[in-house]
Design a protein around this ligand. Structure first.
Ligand SMILES: [Ca+2]
Length: 269
């Protein structure tokens, strides 16, 4: 009985010491990038040939790319996107200007008991994203693209990743203004294995112009955390946003990433 009590006390201590849930300023409601690191440089093009993954990403390090926090605005290139997505403010990573710019948004944090969902007893990572990419019909490795990845810091294994270049076959981009294409906000709910509690993770978002320097691309992100992605004070055009549609191949990539995470991605403590 004594041992049982000790066990419970230790557990209570662990829970009490980990009340903080991921991430700091995950919804950008501080109207800045507090808690985040904005970096980047230029895009020399993706390595290899499609299908691309995080291993294809190349960055010529330089001055951080553009990044901003936006409120109730209408995106002239993607009027179907309702902004802000969650709360009052949403992050815009990279922008519509050209120059082969590439922006990275990074935050490192630790998964704690506070990130465990009562519904399934497992930690979750949730967020919403919406890419807006010009489509100049360059070769795939030269196109504007976006990339989101969550890695386990300890072994750099990929827990979750999503990648698409502008006009990528199988990704149901919607037509924006002119040659711009976009996806409506997609909600991501990545279920982590129980062993993720106590592990440090690093989230990276990339928005990249085309590598030939003449076409822009960016991605909106919001609602990073373990809780359900909330609703926003969005105005947009009031357009009905269709149910998010990602191609089977993209969903397969997502599923593969999650399956891999459960099987090999996390070190047991
Ligand atoms: Ca927000």
């Amino acid at each position: 009985m004594k041992y049982v009590r000790c066990g419970i006390a230790a557990l209570a201590l662990t829970v009490a010491g980990s009340a903080h849930a991921v991430f700091v300023n995950g919804g950008f409601e501080q109207n800045n990038f507090n808690g985040w690191t904005v970096g980047g440089g230029t895009n020399p093009g993706l390595a290899g040939t499609a299908p691309f993954t995080g291993a294809s990403v190349q960055i010529t390090q330089g001055a951080p790319g553009p990044a901003s926090v936006v409120g109730q605005v209408v995106d002239a290139r993607a009027p179907g996107i309702v902004l802000p997505r969650v709360g009052n403010l949403t992050a815009k990573i990279n922008d519509e200007a050209t120059g082969a710019r590439l922006t990275t948004l990074v935050q490192r944090d630790r998964i704690t008991q506070a990130d465990v969902d009562a519904s399934d007893g497992l930690p979750h990572l949730r967020f919403a994203f919406a890419p807006v990419l010009d489509d100049p019909s360059h070769a795939p490795q030269e196109q504007p693209y976006f990339y989101v990845v969550v890695r386990n810091v300890a072994d750099q294994s990929v827990l979750f990743e999503q990648f698409a270049y502008s006009g990528q076959p199988g990704v149901t981009f919607q037509q924006g203004t002119g040659s711009w294409k976009f996806l409506p906000f997609q909600n991501v709910d990545a279920t982590l294995p129980a062993s993720a509690v106590g592990q440090e993770i690093e989230l990276t978002v990339i928005g990249a112009d085309c590598s030939l320097s003449g076409h822009g691309g960016y991605v909106y992100v919001d609602g990073f955390g373990s809780a359900q992605v909330g609703s926003g004070n969005g105005a947009g055009t009031g357009a009905v946003v269709p149910v998010p549609m990602l191609a089977p191949g993209v969903l397969a990539l997502l599923a593969a990433g999650l399956a891999g995470a459960g099987a090999i991605g996390w070190r047991r403590r």
